[in-house]
Design a protein around this ligand. Structure first.
Ligand SMILES: C[S@@+](CC[C@H](N)C(=O)[O-])C[C@H]1O[C@@H](n2cnc3c(N)ncnc32)[C@H](O)[C@@H]1O
Length: 299
């Protein structure tokens, strides 16, 4: 059974998925509910949404040989998208690699919408989605049908999870030796965890954690150490922080609204979201939060 905090995350996405898809400039066309990354060579909004997909594909495809044998051809590999939203990333990775992908989402609303999009794209035979908690062994057993995965990724979903150590050991049991785990999310700089912060920085940190339903917030080093315990080697951290847009007109509007909301301590789903989003921007601009992807290889 999911823990109560997972019910809270599920309710958040059940409530907000339609507005995210309707009003999120990048999500509207791509069906991906994550940040646009304006990395080197990216010139279009769609390219910025795809940037993370291309980095995931690169991480999946650089998996080394296993026992001296070359890897299976891409179309016979099996991948999982843990926290798959409405399936935008699964569809893109499948289009580029031909590999079957199973997605997991906590939200029933997303589950229905992902299945609809997969059918509409004509990939019903290769892509499927399970509704459940990605750290729950029964959910993962259903998703993997007892076979080892060649790789898995998590885009802006890992931070919502309740227990990174349990998640990593569940994944280590389901990813083959040499397989990849890529985690793209917000990671605190060590100063945000151990350093001296101003009262304003402390307030932003708690507004971000509460407003964006963050239950796991580890530095990349702390995550790498837990992953090592679980059986993964850290291959590296790709930092995308400098490629994420800040101070767009909507960010400035959010900032104007977030100030009084904090002064009057206004709370509710929507206020928390606004205050959390502003706090993330402020901490990101001060380099106290980094956005990027940790890549791990199963030993
Ligand atoms: C910001 S959305 C990102 C969606 C998707 N990765 C993308 O890039 O389009 C976060 C996703 O994480 C999922 N999620 C969060 N915690 C989860 C959990 N414990 N188990 C399964 N899915 C989870 C949510 O249901 C949602 O699909």
């Amino acid at each position: 059974m999911p823990a109560p905090i997972m019910d809270d995350v599920a309710a958040y996405y059940n409530r907000n998925t339609t507005p995210f898809l309707r009003f999120g400039r990048g999500s509207r066309g791509s069906g991906a509910i994550h940040r646009a990354v304006w990395g080197p060579g990216v010139t279009t909004q769609r390219g910025a949404m795809d940037y993370v997909h291309h980095r995931i594909i690169a991480a999946l495809q650089t998996a080394p040989e296993v026992d001296g044998r070359p890897q299976a051809t891409p179309s016979s590999r099996r991948y999982a998208d843990l926290g798959c939203g409405v399936g935008g990333s699964m569809i893109r990775v499948h289009q580029e690699t031909g590999a079957p992908v199973v997605g997991v989402t906590l939200s029933e609303v997303q589950h229905r919408e992902a299945e609809r999009r997969i059918d509409a794209a004509g990939f019903g035979g290769e892509l499927s989605v399970v509704c459940g908690d990605f750290s729950d062994s029964a959910t993962l057993d259903t998703a993997t049908a007892g076979a080892l995965l060649d790789g898995a990724w998590m885009v802006e979903s890992y931070n919502h999870g309740a227990a990174a150590d349990r998640l990593l050991s569940e994944l280590a049991a389901r990813i083959r030796s040499g397989g990849t785990l890529a985690i793209c999310d917000d990671f605190p700089d060590p100063r945000l965890v151990h350093g001296e912060l101003t009262p304003r920085e402390r307030r932003w940190r708690s507004e971000f954690l509460r407003g964006w339903h963050v239950h796991t917030f580890l530095t990349t080093d702390a995550l790498a150490s837990l992953a090592d315990d679980a059986g993964f080697d850290c291959v590296g951290f790709e930092d995308y922080s400098d490629y994420v847009a800040v101070d767009r007109p909507r960010d400035l509007l959010v900032r104007v609204v977030a100030g009084p909301a904090a002064a009057f301590d206004l709370r509710s789903g929507q206020w928390d979201n606004i205050r959390g989003g502003n706090a993330l921007q402020q901490l990101g601009k001060r380099r106290l939060i980094r956005y990027g992807m940790c890549v791990f290889r199963r030993r």
